[in-house]
Ligand binder design. Sequence first.
Ligand SMILES: Cc1ncc(COP(=O)(O)O)c(C=O)c1O
Length: 483
Amino acid sequence: MIGCAPDKGRPFEEILAELDSFGVDDPNYKAAKTWSLVYYLNEEYTQFLEKAYAKYFSANGLNPTAFKSLKRLEKEVLRFTARLFHVDDEACGVMTSCGTESCMLAVKTYRDLGRSKGIKKPEMIIPETAHVAWDKGAEYFNVKIRRAPLAADYGVDVAAVEKMINKNTVMILGSAPEYPHGIIDPIEKLGALAKKHNIPLHVDSCVGGYILPFIEMAGNELPLWDFRVEGVTSISADIHKYGFAAKGASCILYRNVDYFKHQVFVNESWPGGVFASPAFLGTRPGGAYAAAWAAIQANGVEGYVSLAKRTIEVSQKMKQGIADIGCFEIIGNPVASLFAFRSTDSNVNIFAVGDVMEEKGWHIDRLQHPDALHAMVTAPHEKVVEQYLADLKDAVETVKAHPELADSGQAATYGMISHIPLRGMVRKQVLDMFANSYKLNATELDLSDSDAMAPGGGSEGDSGKKSIVDKIISWYVKKQSGK
Ligand SMILES: Cc1ncc(COP(=O)(O)O)c(C=O)c1O
């Protein structure tokens, strides 16, 4: 035996059964108990996607001239996306592996476009609420981030964006919508600004790209956010989210090839041959493109419109139900399928409510600045909305009756962590502990002390049981008390 590899190979059935057993404690997305991470319709649809994926399981999109099938699938997915976003075949783009890859590629593209114009110290202006993938891109590609504040409606403050523009600005960003609160930034105003200053404008529609067009087709008025806005030069959209494709499929589209060519990597002198690559990945998974194409065929326009209608209905029911409880406020005025809510009652700690909901089997994300709970709604949530609202009401009563809940569990840790002023130290702690969790001898998250910077609670006995935030808190509390 070497590591997990047995000396002799095992029967397929036995292996598959063991794989099933590994997932027993995972979030229960099939029962619609998760409010992030998973876009799941039903078992029959999933099995269909698996079959589509399997047909191109071994095909490789690395060399676009080899698997013509994949090039065709990719192009058809992109053409459909271009039509949804109101741009013609002058547009140009690729399928990528995820939203993060699409966003990071845009950073690389606009940095290099800037370079071609002589900009040596590139900067990009992004809203406070832009997805963290943009920070990752900025860090990887050495582009300085300027985070623009929000206006009262939680969309980016366009006047503040204008003030941040300077000769080093290589791109501006708007989200449609942003992930934390589901707000669509004022793209038309950003477009006008981008045109006025001749700066590219990317719209991050990773989460919204495959639902906003269908919400509109269902007869709802939305602010313009796509290529109909003149200044928009590119859009990212993840078909593995509301397009209900298999994971590993996103798209980035540029208005024309003049932008896109700055994304392409070429090496003409490698001994392995002249090499050109349109995105980050070398080997590109054919299965993901086939499943994305198959998802489009299976849902059809009417299917997507119907999913969008159902999703909006569930979201509205939820938002109303949450507001009716009397101690919560929906943040901003989100018009699509994501939203966040915070507490308006000092006796109701929102993170404690989150803890009680988790105990009831819900998987919910916590937000900070302001402290809030999050919901990414899909059509199948319609079957659990009443239960969710009943549990939420119940959770409020529990939290009111037990104020101590605010000082324990994740409520304490999230509450504290979102208010700790020393962000640099938090960052270092998280970095150390996260990296440790990737040590090959780590079981789940290995929270044993990594170095002298992690003085909190490192005894043999409790390491490994606490969450990252728990550990940071005990470190912070000890630090505060001088121990
Ligand atoms: C607006 C936005 N951009 C980018 C991403 C990153 O997508 P991925 O998780 O597929 O990398 C997300 C993910 O939710 C998102 O909501």
